[in-house]
Design a binder for this molecule. Structure first.
Ligand code: BG6
Length: 461
């Protein structure tokens, strides 16, 4: 049973916005081990009471309040993440099982891992590493090497909170527990797939993290490629961590970005300028507090990839994510080819079937929708578009709570394996290089718009 959950970097945004509210959900659901202590750690010289007071405020803002029994679990440890002695103190008694959660900027991971190595690889420790896991392929490989010298892979949890979202898990149920989808789930029937995460949110005061990261590393390299892996994977023989993760890695290994010879738009990169979203007025991204305009960080990224295997030959998968767009649109859309022959004279008016898996966001629920062509109530030869929509029941535990529970129980199925993280970096590497060389212009788009003009995907539908 885990007795200590130590969060390094607990003064950061992630802890207040995601981790503490998730832990409170687990507390309320009676899922936290009774003796679990939650220790915030960082360079601030806070007392336990100061950390609790801060947590109380953050939970009021991002969660549903702070129960006393949860606050009683919290304490603060003044700690330098690169100092082995500090880490030793943080991890406490070697006899007890601890979870060390690195909620740190990626640049700090190598020194922390080196400090853990100096401790000789603390036994009885599970290590949790937040995304982005490295900043490119070389740094991810380096980090994996360092970690593997400290702890066995089964004790390492690379977090991608999208894997805790229920729509994501439902992709598995939809595909592999129903007979009707799998026979058409391939290049013979699907013309293209869009994996979209458009947000109306802007920077939200996160320049310290985001301006060094950008949309490609923040969303596409991890979250959206994970969605692709689940949509495109072969049926696993079981849902154990090995089967599931092997099948995802197979897909990622077969995935590559289209080359400039194959498409006019191998990638699109954009940055928002001032504009209005509803009654919110956003400044230029470049004028946001803490942003260095010279860094040319993108707030919008779009890439087109193909999966070079029998099932998906030639099917483009378009991955797109942007901030400060006109509408929230968070979905996987599978576009089918039109029927090979239509006896309906009006068929030209009806569109191809589209299966949309919508991920809950901005207050909107998880949904599965299928666009069909049916006869309306009038002329029997006339087709009308119809929509089959299923609103999924609300997810019982938020994504981070789901993942934290798995970590506390020692189940890595929903965390990213080391080779998976490297494959994902390999896929985006040519894009990162092209952007660094300046081969792809950084396009402006006004906040509240549908994104850069060169995007191949329309705005929210
Ligand atoms: C995070 C990104 O991982 O995911 C954010 O850093 C993004 O930029 C967020 O807004 C979206 O996920 P969710 O679950 O908060 O809607």
């Amino acid at each position: 049973m885990v007795e200590r959950l130590a969060i390094l970097g607990a003064a950061g945004d992630l802890t207040g916005r995601y981790l503490l509210p998730a832990l409170v959900e687990l507390e309320r659901a009676g899922q936290l081990p009774e003796q679990l202590a939650v220790i915030g750690a960082g360079r601030h010289d806070w007392s336990d009471a100061e950390f609790r007071q801060r947590a109380r405020q953050q939970l009021a803002e991002h969660g549903d309040g702070a129960p006393d029994e949860f606050l009683a679990r919290l304490s603060w440890c003044h700690c330098d993440a690169s100092d082995p002695a500090d880490l030793r103190r943080l991890l406490g008694d070697e006899q007890h099982l601890s979870v060390l959660y690195l909620a740190l900027p990626p640049s700090v991971y190598p020194t922390t891992v080196a400090a853990l190595a100096e401790l000789g690889g603390p036994p009885q420790t599970r290590l949790v590493v937040e995304k982005p896991f490295g900043t490119d392929l070389a740094s991810a490989e380096e980090l994996n090497r360092g970690i593997s010298e400290v702890l066995p892979e089964r004790a390492v949890f690379r977090v991608d909170h999208f894997l805790g979202k229920q729509t994501v898990q439902n992709v598995l149920g939809l595909r592999f527990a129903n007979r009707i989808f799998e026979p058409v789930w391939n290049h013979a029937h699907i013309s293209h797939v869009e994996i979209i995460w458009d947000e109306t949110l802007g920077l939200e005061g996160r320049a310290g993290y985001y301006d060094h990261t950008g949309a490609l590393r923040d969303m596409l390299q991890n979250h959206l490629l994970q969605l692709l892996a689940l949509v495109a994977m072969e049926p696993p023989s079981g849902l154990g961590e090995r089967d599931l993760r092997d099948r995802k890695v197979d897909v990622l290994r077969a995935t590559r970005v289209l080359t400039a010879e194959e498409t006019a738009h191998p990638s699109v990169r954009g940055r928002y300028t001032a504009g209005a979203i509803g009654d919110r007025q956003l400044p230029d991204y470049a004028a946001e507090d803490g942003v260095d305009p010279q860094r040319q960080t993108e707030t919008f990224a779009e890439i087109t990839v193909v999966v070079d295997n029998w099932r998906w030959a030639g099917v483009p998968f378009i991955l797109r994510s942007g901030k400060a767009l006109g509408a929230d649109r968070t979905e996987i859309a599978l576009h089918f080819y039109p029927v090979p022959h239509s006896p309906f004279p009006e068929f030209g008016r009806a569109g191809p079937n589209v299966l949309r898996l919508t991920l809950a966001s901005g207050g909107a629920p998880d949904q599965i929708g299928l666009g069909l062509n049916l006869n309306g109530g009038g002329d029997p030869l006339r087709l009308e578009p119809a929509q089959l929509d299923l609103r999924l029941t609300d997810q019982e535990l938020p994504a981070y709570a789901r993942l934290l529970l798995d970590i506390l129980e020692g189940d890595p199925t929903l965390s990213i394996r080391g080779d998976e993280a490297e494959e994902a970096w390999r896929i985006v590497s040519p894009v990162l290089s092209a952007w660094q060389r300046g081969d792809v212009p950084l396009e402006d788009y006004p906040a509240g718009s549908a994104g850069p003009a060169r995007s191949q995907v329309g705005g929210a539908t």
